[in-house]
Design a protein around this ligand. Structure first.
Ligand SMILES: NC(=O)c1ccc[n+]([C@@H]2O[C@H](COP(=O)([O-])OP(=O)(O)OC[C@H]3O[C@@H](n4cnc5c(N)ncnc54)[C@H](O)[C@@H]3O)[C@@H](O)[C@H]2O)c1
Length: 372
């Protein structure tokens, strides 16, 4: 974050001039879900820059998902032990008053807290709605009261099953889009309606549209990032969420990996540090409100089978794989068209899947006791 933009945000919001000294703390950033995978990396990034970081999380991930491998408090303790300039607040985004108190005078809200699994949303759609839709509404209200910049973690699931209407061709280890219009991936103006979504897709789409509307109606500087697969260290992936990390953890701990379908499903994958840089680029830009599809893009894709092959090479272990029936509505191919993000944010993914997965393998291996 450039010094000038820090100054200008502060001057714009608080209407006074501050003199910056080395080590000064002058941007207040609230990271909801900051004890989670993505949130903890964002909190770390800004703490390293000596910003004032507030992490707000109810530590519910294992409870929501109904399962957990590893220590759910790991990221929380990691931030507490390494970054004294991060303030950790245990709280729930569904509680507006609590959030309002925490969000006072906050310059930027990076909203990552969510119910994150499609499978959980099918079992308990009310909780999914309350966290993702109402919780995000609360976040936006806090942003409106404080004129805060908002970054929203949205998802490719907002496009629902429309993605499955694109014909695909089957290759040896993967599917590919057969329609040349999508050779660069799915763009932001891809249709979102007249299709099924899953409760998770609906609650995230509600949040996404609300964030766009608060930007238009109340003039908040807002970016909605519709993310594909994000992966990296400190991701406690399980079968239902965080598949790249789950495959790595399962391979290194000899747990069975169930492949639903033939394993040729393709996703673009983005390494976590690349995502955080994209968020930061928006915060520092003069852009007012935007929606971005963000992921590794066509150059950084993996099929399930290809990740297994890569893991075999990197770990010298044979993943314990079983095949099962296709899951309803599974996307055969999802690849983000990153071109808008590349153009407007002057950003590009830097970490290839091979390099990123290698880093993740190293982290899980070094922390293997966590996963036993
Ligand atoms: N990881 C991905 O590949 C991916 C892809 C698309 C979108 N997303 C979105 O990115 C965001 C972060 O995902 P993640 O992978 O870091 O998930 P995560 O589960 O690791 O982090 C989410 C955090 O939110 C917290 N949380 C849940 N409900 C809460 C509540 N009511 N109040 C306060 N905190 C609450 C959880 O305790 C958890 O720490 C989510 O919005 C998710 O929908 C993630």
């Amino acid at each position: 974050m450039g010094k000038n933009s820090k100054d200008s945000i502060k001057c714009h919001k608080k209407c006074y001039i501050i003199i910056l000294l080395p080590g000064d703390i002058y941007i207040r950033i609230l990271v909801t879900g900051g004890a989670g995978f993505i949130g903890s990396h964002i909190a770390e990034y800004y703490a390293k820059k000596k910003e004032e970081v507030l992490v707000f999380d109810n530590l519910s991930r294992p409870r929501i998902l109904g399962k957990c491998i590893g220590n759910p408090l790991y990221n929380w303790n990691y931030l507490r032990n390494n970054y004294p300039n991060i303030k950790l607040i245990k709280g729930d985004i569904r509680d507006f008053n609590e959030l309002k108190e925490t969000g006072k005078h906050v310059d930027v809200i990076i909203h990552t807290a969510a119910q994150v699994a499609v499978s959980t949303s099918l079992k308990d759609p009310r909780t999914d709605f309350e966290i993702n839709a109402l919780g995000t509404f609360n976040v936006l209200e806090v942003a409106r009261l404080n004129d805060s910049t908002v970054i929203l973690c949205s998802t490719n699931k907002v496009y629902g099953e429309n993605v499955n209407k694109i014909p695909v061709i089957e290759k040896e280890t993967r599917y590919e889009y057969a329609d040349p219009r999508y050779k660069n991936g799915i763009p932001e103006d891809f249709p979102i309606d007249l299709t099924a979504h899953s409760p998770y897709g609906c609650s995230k789409l509600t949040a996404d549209i609300y964030a766009q509307d608060y930007a238009h109606t109340y003039g908040l500087k807002t970016a909605v990032f519709r993310m594909s697969c994000i992966y990296g260290e400190r991701q406690f992936g399980v079968e239902d969420q965080g598949w790249v990390a789950w495959f790595v953890i399962a391979t290194l701990t000899d747990r069975p990996i169930i492949i639903y379908g033939n394993g040729k499903q393709v996703r673009d994958v983005l390494y976590i540090t690349d995502l955080v840089k994209a968020f930061d680029a928006f915060i520092n830009s003069k852009l007012k409100h935007e929606v971005f599809n963000i992921g590794g893009g066509p150059e950084n894709t993996l099929s399930l089978l290809e990740l297994l092959i890569l893991l075999r090479k990197l770990t010298k272990r044979k993943p314990n794989v079983r095949f099962s029936d296709w899951r309803p509505a599974d996307q055969k191919v999802y690849i983000s068209n990153n071109k808008k993000a590349i153009r407007l944010l002057r950003w590009k993914p830097q970490i290839s899947p091979e390099k990123g997965v290698k880093k993740l393998v190293k982290w899980v291996s070094e922390n293997i006791a966590l996963f036993k």
